[in-house]
Design a protein around this ligand. Structure first.
Ligand code: IPE
Ligand code: IPE
Ligand code: MG
Length: 252
């Protein structure tokens, strides 16, 4: 079952986002500012992830989705890419047991077939060992791209509905959305990007259709409780109209 879609129905609006999606940006600049190698920023970035997972758990966020490595990040120098892969493996090795005990269900979305076999197995083991958890759903987007996601969903929809090839007008959101990587979750209510850039960088382009967007100048390693509180209190003041007028909301 696919949870509600913001274009097919009107999602509920609470003061805490049910689903928070974050582009964790600025690790490299955090390090460079301190005359450290960029990799030092990525290491500090992992500490920020642990902090934010814990704080979101306390605040009752049910779904937390973090962009860790984009399908375009392969364009970076090989040394940095290799270090990011090693860091990803070390983090899975160290953290999955704890996440499992805390009731967190961990998923990795993205084209994991491009990763080395050891990393692929760690990801599959993490999926398997946390699959019965339901306290919080933590999703890491790795080798993920929003366009890749839509295309892979289209391919699966066509395989499972061969009749669409001769009746393309039958293709609709309800048919397509179960094949998207985030089909298990409601669409993000709140999106945060750190690091000062105001762009989506090929993150969840389908799912962010009606998400509230907030941008922080802070670099990701500096992100914590203070910024999270700021984002949540801003979110609670948003009027989410989903196409309707303000008057319709106050009269309903
Ligand atoms: C985000 O930080 C982490 C990844 C993309 C892996 P960056 O590495 O993009 O940091 P900046 O943007 O260069 O400072
Ligand atoms: C987006 O950050 C991807 C991640 C945080 C994983 P980038 O730093 O790669 O984005 P651009 O290149 O500045 O748009
Ligand atoms: Mg960046």
């Amino acid at each position: 079952m696919t949870p509600g879609s913001s274009t097919l129905s009107i999602p509920e609006h609470g003061s805490v986002p049910k689903h928070l999606a974050i582009i964790m940006d600025g690790n490299g600049r955090w390090a460079t500012k301190r005359y450290l190698p960029r990799t030092a920023g990525h290491v500090r970035g992992v500490q920020a992830v642990r902090r934010v997972v814990e704080e979101c758990g306390k605040r009752g966020v049910k779904y937390l989705t973090l962009f860790a490595f984009s399908s375009e990040n392969w364009r970076r120098p090989a040394d940095e890419v290799n270090m990011l892969m090693r860091l990803f493996m070390q983090t899975l090795e160290k953290q999955v047991g704890k996440l499992k005990d805390q009731g967190v269900r961990l998923r990795v979305i993205g084209d994991i077939s491009a990763f080395e076999p050891r990393l692929q197995s760690l990801i599959l083991e993490a999926h398997e060992s946390t699959k019965h958890n339901n306290e919080m759903h933590l999703t890491i987007a790795a080798n993920y791209g929003g366009r890749w996601d839509i295309l892979q969903a289209m391919q699966k929809a066509l395989i499972n509905h061969p009749e669409l090839a001769s009746n393309p007008e039958q293709l609709n959101e309800t048919i397509l959305s179960p094949y998207l990587s985030m089909a298990f979750a409601p669409e993000p209510d709140l999106f945060i990007r750190t690091g000062g850039e105001q762009r989506i960088s090929n993150f969840l382009i389908w799912q962010l259709a009606y998400t509230e967007l907030i941008f922080f100048d802070d670099y990701w390693p500096d992100f914590g409780t203070k910024q999270l509180d700021q984002a949540f209190s801003w979110f609670s003041t948003r009027e989410r109209r989903f196409g309707r007028t303000s008057e319709q909301l106050t009269n309903s």
